[in-house]
Design a binder for this molecule. Structure first.
Ligand code: ACO
Length: 328
C-alpha cells in the first residue's frame, strides 16, 4: 500500500513579549520607516529570559496532540526542526518527549534552517513509507532572538521566536492535510552566506565574553538574490511535475522573511496577490516556524477550506530551499 502523509491541524505558539520597530530604534541605529519599507516587518515576538525554544514547542505540541485526539504514549516519533536548539545536546525532541510523557519514541532534531518545515515533511513522508502505522509529532521550534547581535542593525531587526506542532500519520482525520509532493534542495558552497553561531567552533572558556561569531550573521543582499531565484525555480518545478499551474494554487505560503522577497517570488510566478499569505509584519522571520505559523493563522482565518491546495516554499541558511504542495 502506498503511504499517504497526512498532517493534523498545525498549532502555533509565540512568546508573549513583543518587540516593535520603535523599541529597536531605542537600542540600535534604525527606524520604523526603514524596517517597514525594506522588510515589511512591524514587530516580532521575543522569548522571556526564563523561556527556551523547547517551552514554545511543548505548548504547541500539547495543543496539537489535543487537536488530533492523541495521547503522547501513542506517538512513535518526535522530530524537531530547529537551528536554535536549547543546547547542542540533548535534542529539543528528547526534551519534548520527557515533557509530554511519551513512550520510547525515536526522537531527534535536525537543522535545515528556514527550510526546516519542508525538509521535515520530506522526512516524515520517508518514515511513513517505512512504517505505515507511524504517528509522528513534527515540531518546528526557534529562538532566533537568542543569537541576535542587537548592535547589528542589518540582522537584529529581521528575526523573531516561535514554534509550531502537528501530528503526521497515514490515518485520515477530519481537518487534516495531505502532502501531495515536496522538494528539498541545497547548495553547500554558499554555507557562509548566513551563519548562526554558538556551536563548537565558538571556543570560549568559562567566564570569557563571547565574540561576534557567536551571533547570527548574514550577507543580506546575496541572500536576497539567491532566495528569489531558488524559491521561484523550485515552485515552478514542483508545479510542473504535478501538472499544475499557479492558478491551481488556492493559497501561496512563502517563507516569511521579507515582504519584498515574497512579492518578487509571487510576481515571477504570476501569483494573484490575494492568494499570497503574509504575516511577516507580525512575526518577522521565525526560521523553520515561519511557514507553519502562517498555515496555522490561515486555518484560523478560514483561508484553508477543505479541498484547498496550498503551495509553500522556503529558503534559508545552508543554503537550503524547497517547496511543498499540500491539499486540505
Ligand atoms: N536600519 C537602517 N538602515 C539600515 C538597516 C536598518 N535596520 N540595515 C541596513 N541599513 C542600511 C545599510 O547600512 C545600508 O546603508 P549604506 O547604504 O549607507 O551602506 C543601507 O541601509 C542599505 O543596506 P542593504 O543591505 O543594501 O539593504 P537592503 O535593501 O538589501 O535590505 C535586507 C537589507 C532587509 C537584509 C535584505 O537584503 C534582505 O531581506 N535580505 C534577505 C535576508 C533574508 O531573508 N534572510 C533569511 C534567511 S535567514 C536564515 O536562514 C536563518
Amino acid at each position: 500500500m502506498k503511504a499517504q502523509c497526512r498532517l493534523s491541524p498545525i498549532y502555533a505558539r509565540t512568546p508573549e513579549d513583543i518587540i516593535t520597530n520603535d523599541d529597536l530604534a531605542t537600542i540600535t541605529d534604525t527606524s520604523d520607516a526603514w524596517i517597514v519599507s525594506r522588510t515589511g516587518i512591524r514587530e516580532r515576538c521575543k522569548l522571556a529570559a526564563d523561556e527556551n525554544a523547547s517551552d514554545l514547542g511543548l505548548a504547541a505540541s500539547r495543543r496539537a496532540l489535543d487537536g488530533a485526539g492523541l495521547d503522547a504514549q501513542e506517538l512513535t516519533h518526535i522530530i524537531t526542526a530547529t537551528c536554535t536548539q536549547d543546547e547542542l545536546s540533548p535534542s529539543i525532541a528528547c526534551i519534548l518527549a520527557g515533557g509530554l510523557g511519551a513512550g520510547p519514541v525515536m526522537a531527534f532534531d535536525f537543522n535545515a534552517a528556514c527550510s526546516g518545515f519542508l525538509y521535515g515533511l520530506s522526512l516524515v513522508r520517508a518514515i511513513l513509507v517505512e512504517n505505515l502505522q507511524a504517528r509522528i509529532l513534527f515540531v518546528c521550534a526557534e529562538a532566533l532572538t537568542r543569537r541576535l547581535n542587537w548592535t547589528d542593525r542589518s540582522t537584529c531587526v529581521l528575526f523573531g521566536d516561535g514554534a509550531s506542532a502537528c501530528v503526521c500519520s497515514g490515518e485520515s482525520r477530519a481537518g487534516d492535510a495531505v502532502l501531495e509532493d515536496v522538494i528539498c534542495q541545497s547548495d553547500g558552497a554558499l554555507n557562509r552566506l548566513i551563519t548562526v553561531g554558538g556551536g563548537t567552533s565558538c571556543a570560549y572558556a568559562p567566564g570569557q565574553a563571547v565574540g561576534p561569531e557567536f551571533f547570527l550573521s548574514m550577507n543580506g543582499r546575496e541572500t536576497y538574490r539567491h532566495a528569489v531565484r531558488r524559491m521561484t525555480d523550485v515552485c515552478a518545478h514542483i508545479l510542473e511535475r504535478n501538472g499544475l499551474r499557479m492558478k491551481d494554487v488556492d493559497l501561496f505560503v512563502p517563507h516569511q522573511a521579507n515582504i519584498r522577497i515574497i512579492e518578487a517570488v509571487g510576481n515571477r510566478l504570476g501569483a494573484d496577490s490575494g492568494r499570497v499569505f503574509t504575516n511577516v509584519e507580525r512575526y518577522g522571520n521565525t526560521s523553520s516556524a515561519s511557514i507553519p505559523l502562517a498555515l496555522a493563522q490561515a486555518r484560523e482565518e478560514g483561508r484553508v477550506e477543505p479541498g484547498c491546495r496550498v503551495l509553500a516554499t522556503a529558503f534559508g541558511a545552508g543554503l537550503t530551499w524547497g517547496a511543498a504542495l499540500l491539499r486540505f
